[in-house]
Design a protein around this ligand. Structure first.
Ligand code: MN
Length: 200
């Protein structure tokens, strides 16, 4: 049996964020919405496992999309809950390393707050505003996420990738992507993949 995702408990009571966020919202959001993402991610993993064993036939694209949508919902909500604390404990302006980093990269907390708020308010439809640390440039950056797919890329270490944009194969394989994918297995550097796993 593969490992499964589980719903983490809230680090405070459902009513603790009142009057800013009601007990009703917190209960539904955590017990129904987040739980649905956990269940959806586990269901998708289970389908993939059964398909590998030949027990069922699946539409891989649809199931991987379900997996991405649900695991990303799980990851984001698992961050969102402890990102909040009851009034008095939460709120105010940040100190410590994050306070210094915000001052350095955004020119002050008020400027950060304004830009983050703008990011949140202008997400088209359902989504998120996120503060990220970019290890390549060693700085804080903002991003907007529409819906929630693919944010696991920000959290999970990538071990192996295959570019299937047309620019990666068209000159050699024309429209035959499957032939390119088949040929690609001959050039995979498994020792690099192994090193990435060791560093994960
Ligand atoms: Mn949500």
């Amino acid at each position: 049996m593969a490992k499964t995702y589980t719903l983490p408990p809230l680090p405070y009571k459902y009513s603790d964020l009142q009057p800013h966020i009601s007990e009703k919202i917190m209960t539904l959001h955590h017990d129904k919405h987040h739980q649905a993402y956990v269940t959806g991610a586990n269901t998708a993993l289970d389908k993939l496992e059964k398909a590998r064993k030949g027990e069922i036939q699946i539409d891989v694209r649809a199931v991987l999309r379900d997996y991405s949508f649900n695991v990303d919902g799980h990851i984001l909500h698992s961050i969102f809950w402890p990102n909040m604390a009851p009034p008095g404990k939460g709120g105010g302006s940040p100190g410590g390393k994050i306070g210094d980093a915000i001052a350095r990269d955004f020119g002050g907390f008020d400027k950060f707050k304004a830009q983050f708020s703008d990011a949140a308010k202008t997400v088209e439809g359902s989504g998120w505003a996120l503060l990220l640390f970019d290890a390549e440039t060693s700085q804080l950056v903002l991003t907007q996420v529409e819906k929630q797919n693919f944010m696991h890329l920000a959290q999970m270490k990538i071990l192996l990738g295959l570019d299937v944009w047309e620019h990666a194969y068209y000159l050699d394989y024309m429209n035959d992507r499957a032939k390119y994918v088949e040929a690609w297995w001959n050039v995979v550097n498994w020792s690099d993949v192994d090193a990435r796993l060791s560093n994960a």
